[in-house]
Design a protein around this ligand. Structure first.
Ligand code: F6P
Ligand code: MN
Length: 329
């Protein structure tokens, strides 16, 4: 089995990007170690702080954010970073080629129930000149690499440098990532969907109709039965989609009129969209491709519909129709 280093060499990834990917991969090994020690290390539970998005920070949100920040600061390929847990961008060095956006511990509310969590990252080219938030506001298409690490029964790293998606498994005996799938491929069709159904009454009409049709199964217009799964950690749900197909969505809703979307563009939606497209799937807001969005701020949120290409197209066809904005239920 190829090591991560051997695989990056075989892809002819340049030296500075290889170095940065190793920094992220090595940090994820330390995070995996902290996550696995759980209550034994006293890392579970909440802090008294909130992040800029008004969410209570878990102790592990803060610990994993610090781990990534400290190690990225020591990597001379990094110019700056943006994190879900940092209010503002952080300038790292003046010579680095790259900007890194990350969610250090996605799905962190799962940590207290010993369920799936992960780290998501996106690597952008650093523009020349002075660094500011504007330097980060690049469309997802500009990403040079993206990936996630899933801390599950095994620790896995899914990575793209724009040459397909490679999946590595952390060997707990040697603490080394080994290539276990050299080309993840999302099936075009699926019978599985992932959505938080408790928000149903708050969705837009097209999404309400689409999901109602899935629920009608073989007696509805789709004429087949669908299964539903919801891990409540994007990294876990997207990993399932990459592994066996499916459609994952966190759509627009009007539960809180000031917050119509849940997932963050720069460090959740964009990196996952890059992986999904590289694995043959699609990623959209319902109205445009996620990676074509020109960002307006680092913590911006977007609607997300991603996964098996034909199923995403099916969902989008509902959005193209002239539905009433009134909820149908
Ligand atoms: O990071 C946000 C997040 O935790 C995602 O990982 C996940 O998909 C979603 O929120 C879960 O939301 P909900 O609380 O609606 O299940
Ligand atoms: Mn997250």
């Amino acid at each position: 089995m190829q090591t991560l280093a051997q695989n990056l060499a075989s892809q002819e990834v340049d030296a500075s990007l290889t170095q940065l990917i190793h920094t992220l991969a090595n940090t994820s090994k330390a995070i995996s170690h902290a996550v696995r020690h759980g209550a034994l290390a006293g890392v579970l539970g909440a802090t008294e702080q909130e992040n800029v998005q008004g969410e209570t920070q878990k102790k592990l949100d803060v610990i994993t954010n610090d781990m990534l920040k400290e190690r990225l600061k020591d990597d001379n390929t990094v110019r700056g970073l943006a994190s879900e847990e940092e209010d503002y961008i952080v300038e790292v060095g003046d010579k680095g080629h790259y900007l890194v956006c990350f969610d250090p511990l996605d799905g962190s509310s799962n940590i207290d129930i010993n369920s799936l969590v992960g780290t998501i990252f996106s690597i952008l080219p650093a523009p020349s000149g002075e660094l500011s938030e504007a330097s980060f506001l690049q469309a997802g298409r500009k990403q040079v690499a993206a990936g996630y690490v899933l801390y599950g029964p095994s620790t896995m790293l899914a990575l793209t440098t724009g040459q397909g998606v490679q999946l590595f498994t952390l060997n707990p005996d040697t603490n080394e990532y080994l290539l276990t799938n050299d080309a993840m491929n999302i099936s075009k069709d699926t019978g599985e969907f992932a959505i938080n159904m408790s928000n149903q009454r708050f969705w837009e009409a097209p999404m309400q109709t689409y999901i109602s049709d899935l629920l009608l199964g073989s007696i509805g217009p789709r004429e087949k039965n669908f299964n539903m799964r919801w891990i409540a950690a994007m990294v876990g749900d997207v990993h399932r989609v990459l592994s066996r197909g499916g459609i994952f969505t966190y759509p627009t809703d009007n539960k809180n009129p000031h917050k119509p979307y849940k997932l963050r563009l720069m460090y959740e939606a964009n990196p996952m969209s890059f992986l999904v497209e590289q694995a043959g799937g699609k990623a959209s807001t319902g109205y445009e491709n996620i990676m074509d969005i020109e960002p307006s701020e680092i913590h911006q949120r977007v609607a997300v519909i991603l996964g098996s290409a034909n199923e995403v197209d099916e969902c989008l066809s509902y959005h193209g129709l002239d539905y009433s904005k009134e909820p149908l239920v």
